[in-house]
Unconditional design. Structure first.
Length: 423
């Protein structure tokens, strides 16, 4: 989400040896239907205009000859560069500066359709849009992202601001501008969410905002997290570094606090462990779930998310791929690969190259190898950095860089590069 941006150098691909497959209906990431042939259709449909969808559509269009049709479907006309919501929520960006029309992709020969996806038939590779329009594909790439399920927590939407959305980030910004004293709470409502660094970045950016305004001493900042440690999949070294950053800034950290209810009138949060917390201003990350069309499609596994081959991103349905926040890829340590733009970007490249190879024979099959990186914005024009191999055995191998002006500027350049070269 807001901070784990996509970055081309973060994910590499390697050649993949081919191997035999069998027919199965199980949900394991290692077993899926393989024998049914995929027709050499002239249409490839990409569902979703986020990071993964944009990259997949661009790479497909670049690799396929013009008789082949690349269609991108999204319900929104504007693509939002979500990592920049963190800057917007503290007044450092305006909405117009971090959005671009998806229609600009049509200049590259991509057919952009604006509409809500109502139904996905993965067997027929047929998509039904709101209003009844149907689209048929030879290959289908599902990149619809995670739905933000604020309604799952009673009272949450009325009590605070969901800064993972543009309206929520803007509303928080406006409220923050008028607050001179009190308690600001940044909260994660579930242990797993997209861009694991974002809530911690938000708290540190709010700290910097209050110090710059001269009223930090009158403001208490707390992070209440459902998860046991910050960015836990990256390992204890990363978690420890984030906790030290929070402590150095006087931000109180409360892990393993699963919110059960929020009250806008009393400005109080209730947690499953019996704790309560009062606040004057609340920024939250709501629970996530797949969009309804994905939930009803037969693509979702027992994890609650779409199961895919961890290297090819193909689902158990031949010719149907899923990438980005809607997938769950188990790692050896028992936790899933984090949901982040950098992984959606890398997965999209692999899927697009493999579809191009399947259709044209060009290139060689590719494998996604779990490499990724993420900036950690801390305020005051500095950012940390972490990256590495999340598929490493027996646990992810992640390298850290201390916060610096250079990393912050790298994130700024990434934002500009994405907005001006990808759309």
């Amino acid at each position: 989400m807001p901070s784990c941006a996509t970055r081309p150098v973060a994910v590499r691909s390697t050649s993949s040896p081919s191997g035999p497959g069998g027919r199965t209906k199980c949900w394991s990431s290692e077993c899926r239907i393989r024998e049914a042939p995929v027709p050499d259709a002239r249409t490839v449909i990409v569902l979703g205009g986020g990071v993964g969808g944009v990259i997949a559509a661009r790479e497909l269009r670049r690799g396929l000859p013009r008789p082949h049709h690349v269609v991108l479907v999204d319900r929104e006309r504007l693509h939002l560069f979500a990592p920049s919501l963190l800057w917007l929520m503290v007044g450092r960006r305006e909405a117009a500066a971090i959005q671009r029309p998806l229609a600009r992709l049509e200049r590259k020969g991509i057919d952009v359709r604006i509409g809500e996806v109502e139904r996905i038939d993965p067997v027929a590779r047929r998509v039904t849009l709101a209003g009844g329009k149907t689209l048929d594909a030879g290959y289908l790439v599902v990149s619809l992202g995670a739905e933000l399920d604020t309604a799952a927590i009673p009272g949450l939407s009325q009590a605070g601001h969901n800064f993972y959305t543009l309206p929520g980030a803007e509303a928080f910004r406006d409220a923050l501008a008028t607050l001179r004293a009190g308690r600001i709470v940044v909260m994660t409502a579930a242990p797993a969410y997209k861009c694991p660094a974002a809530p911690y970045e938000a708290a540190m950016l709010v700290d910097a905002f209050c110090r710059k305004r001269g009223h930090r001493d009158a403001v208490q900042i707390d992070v209440y997290a459902a998860e046991p440690a910050p960015m836990g999949v990256a390992g204890p070294e990363v978690s420890g570094a984030v906790k030290r950053l929070l402590a150095d800034k006087g931000i109180a950290y409360h892990p393993e606090h699963q919110v059960t209810a929020a009250d806008a009138t009393t400005r109080r949060l209730s947690f499953a462990n019996g704790a309560v917390a009062e606040f004057d201003l609340l920024a939250y990350v709501p629970p996530h779930r797949p969009p309804r069309a994905v939930r009803d499609s037969g693509l979702v596994a027992e994890s609650g998310w779409v199961s895919v081959d961890r290297h090819t991103l193909e689902t158990r349905f031949p010719g149907v791929y899923a990438i980005g926040d809607i997938v769950s890829i188990p790692l050896t340590l028992g936790k899933p690969l984090p949901k982040a733009g950098v992984f959606a970007h890398g997965e999209a490249e692999i899927v697009a190259k493999n579809i191009v190879h399947a259709i044209t024979g060009a290139g060689t099959p590719r494998r996604f190898n779990g490499h990724g990186e993420c900036f950690i914005e801390i305020g005051d024009g500095k950012a940390g950095w972490g990256g590495g191999n999340f598929y490493a055995e027996p646990k992810p191998e992640v390298t850290l860089r201390m916060p610096s002006w250079r990393s912050h500027m790298s994130k700024v350049l990434l934002e500009k590069s994405w907005l001006y070269t990808k759309l």
